[in-house]
Design a protein around this ligand. Sequence first.
Ligand code: UT7
Length: 363
Amino acid sequence: MQYANITGWGKCLPPAVLSNEDLATFLDTSDEWISTRTGIKERRISHVSTATLASLAAKRAVAVAGLDATELDMVILGTACPDTLIPNAASFVQASIGAVNAAVFDLNAACTGFVYGLSIGTAMIRSGAMKKVLVIGADRIPYFLDYTIRDVSVLFGDGAGAVVLEACDEECGLIAEKLGCDGEARDILAARDSGTVRERFAGVDGFFDVNFEGQEIFKRAVRGMGQAITCVLEKLALEPEQIDLLVPHQANLRIIDTLAKRMKSPPEKVVINIEKYGNTSAATVPIALCEALEEGRIQPGDKILTAAFGAGLTWGAAVIKWGSRITPLAECHDELPENDKTALELIMPWVEGCRAAVAEKAK
Ligand code: UT7
């Protein structure tokens, strides 16, 4: 029997920090509201492309696995924010890390993209078709936001995380998953004109028609992830207490707390970093996994439960049984190109563009 062990992990967070106080300089909001309603204190804004963030996270993961990128059979990039639709962003990652022997594709399942990718990468290895697969989650949702809407504008940040999967004979890696989608409600979390539906030459450059029904998304996130978790635990005949670490999608601290309560997980068994990065969409789970390893919170053989929810409305949960190695085999010392702008300087052109577009539409 083949399994797909996680042998490498890496993350990439751009350096520019956008605090709640920064947001309050142009939005009718406050640190107090954002902190108490979401758990977020700050998030990162990228000065580089999604694929550049993804590539650095990938290089770091490949180094931790002690591999040469030419050994990879496949690169799966979970993203809803590719730099270009044609070609895909995964081909940039392939070229940039030198994964010349890998098949590559982008996978758009929004915030659930990494969990979907982990499931597909694992299946490719377990079928015997491949030996080494890189799975990345990378997003730049702040690029799409309508900065005149205060509830959604405060939630998201940029980032990337990656893992390397390798064929192995012992039972480890992803051992059960449940994935799904509530397509009938897809419009409640949408950038409605973000693809070819957009009228060409319509003079709406740069503005996206964002629809975000926060309370309904909140309810469905709890229900979707909750049901997926129940299903994976049943598949493995596991009691919640037998899970060593919960690594949930970081969309809202209140959602995480609800899931943790249902799982009866004490704080030391839940990975939470939403206060530093906000919701980085497909990147939240691999970034949190990476930080849990860096902080020594994962031990060989641990059972890790992850769950995610996002636009689509996609949802999923997975149980990972950690392998025997929790330390890196090597390190990658590459860094992102220098950035000379503050996060506010990076997003202000978008804020002003959104205001102008909304004023124009109201005429
Ligand atoms: O990864 C994808 C999944 N995404 C999610 O799961 C996000 C799910 N949704 C949420 O996290 C929450 O619904 C929000 C954080 C977006 C909103 O929290 P809420 O507790 O549902 O607030 P609300 O929408 O019910 O708004 C409560 C009040 C309203 O004012 P009134 O009508 O009570 O006077 C809003 O206008 O808070 C106001 N409000 C704000 N005030 C200050 C909304 N956004 C803000 C803001 N700053 N940023």
